[in-house]
Design a binder for this molecule. Structure first.
Ligand SMILES: *Cc1c(COP(=O)(O)O)cnc(C)c1O
Length: 345
């Protein structure tokens, strides 16, 4: 087999979800948008449901429809993009809950599906989705008369707890929702970690459940093992890979492994990234190709059968740092070619 194996530890994801849940006194939802951050919404969603999650968040109605097929009736599935034109049938038939984010969406929703549950997104400062304070003031009474099931907003800087934006958004959210008799939600992973002021009635952790920053003590969820296709001796002064940019300065043993930037191993991470073999780091040699990567395994003293890019020795945030990005992008870039293996209880 020459494709790499991506192992997704559902036990670890569930353990992370439970630990984040135990940090609050309120309900904890599961965020499974973008195919559960690239890990497989169906399997991940079912694992969270078995662990007791009753509320799920997705980005778009199509994801909600697929998740409903996987989970069956019962769990609440809420859609961040709200009620978009053409979605009424899907929302109605599959019992999805749109989080309407503008006055237009609210009108569309109550006209198309009167009496069907919905939530409301408020903008407390991120300026991405949701009603602005002025808009909300104007429609608040009319909107509340339609019985929304949730009022929520999203934090722009929750991974930076000291950022003044957090307290500002918290103040705005409190002001905008004062006196409401509706469930409220503000916290993503970072919000959960910032403490009970941010928890309200429902939290929405995503990245933390998948083992990413800012939940730095999370259990790692993904392991990526990449087979070695061949090993070769390279003499001092010879180059490895495209552009002949990497010239070895001593006789070296180079392993060529079977994955590349087409699998989401971002080319930019190459110069700062190692692979791992039984606890020992071996550096990438030369540029990352589409389907192949050269790795300098001289230090191992033997030819490995496979090398590990993600695992206990090197997590998604280390790779993200090396590529100048965030763990979210590393996870959601994980390639479609990998053989996916799920660890379950
Ligand atoms: C993605 C997202 C979340 C989850 O955020 P994490 O940082 O992954 O915990 C929560 N709420 C909204 C609105 C989101 O878009």
């Amino acid at each position: 087999m020459s494709t790499a194996t991506l192992t997704i530890d559902l036990n670890a994801a569930v353990a992370n979800w439970r630990t984040l849940d135990a940090m609050t006194g309120c309900e904890t939802a599961a965020v499974v948008k973008a195919d559960a951050y690239g890990l497989g919404a169906e399997k991940v969603g079912r694992a969270f449901a078995r662990a007791g999650a009753r509320t799920f968040f997705v980005a778009v109605a199509e994801e909600g429809a697929a998740l409903r097929q996987a989970l069956g009736p019962g769990p609440a599935i809420l859609v961040f993009s709200g009620h978009m034109a053409g979605d009424a049938e899907m929302i109605g038939d599959l019992d999805l809950i749109p989080l309407v984010n503008s006055l237009d969406q609210m009108i569309r929703h109550v006209e198309a599906l009167p009496g069907h549950p919905f939530g409301i997104q408020l903008d407390t400062g991120m300026n991405r989705l949701g009603l602005e304070p002025d808009e909300w003031r104007a429609v608040r009474e009319v909107a509340l008369a339609q019985n929304p099931v949730l009022v929520m907003s999203h934090l722009a800087c929750a991974d930076t707890p000291d950022h003044p934006m957090n307290a500002q958004q918290l103040r705005n959210f409190r002001e905008m929702t004062a006196g409401l008799d509706v469930a409220r939600s503000l916290a993503n992973t970072g919000g959960v970690l910032m403490g009970s002021d941010y928890h309200f009635d429902l939290t929405r952790p995503g990245i933390g459940t998948y083992g990413g920053h800012p939940y730095d003590s999370a259990r790692p969820v993904v392991t990526l093992d990449i087979p070695v296709i061949q090993c070769r001796d390279v003499a001092a002064g010879e180059a490895v890979g495209y552009g002949a940019s990497h010239v070895v300065n001593r006789p070296s043993r180079i392993a060529t492994i079977s994955a590349g930037y087409a699998d989401g191993i971002l080319r930019a991470m190459g110069p700062r990234t190692s692979l791992w073999s039984e606890g020992r780091a071996v550096p990438i040699a030369g540029r990352i190709s589409m389907d192949l990567i050269g790795v300098d395994v001289t230090g191992l003293g033997h030819d490995p059968k496979s090398l590990q890019l993600l695992g206990p020795d090197q997590g998604v945030d280390t790779l993200a740092h090396a590529a100048g990005t965030i763990g979210y992008e590393i996870l959601t870039s994980l390639g479609g070619r990998y053989t996916r293996r799920y660890l379950t209880p």
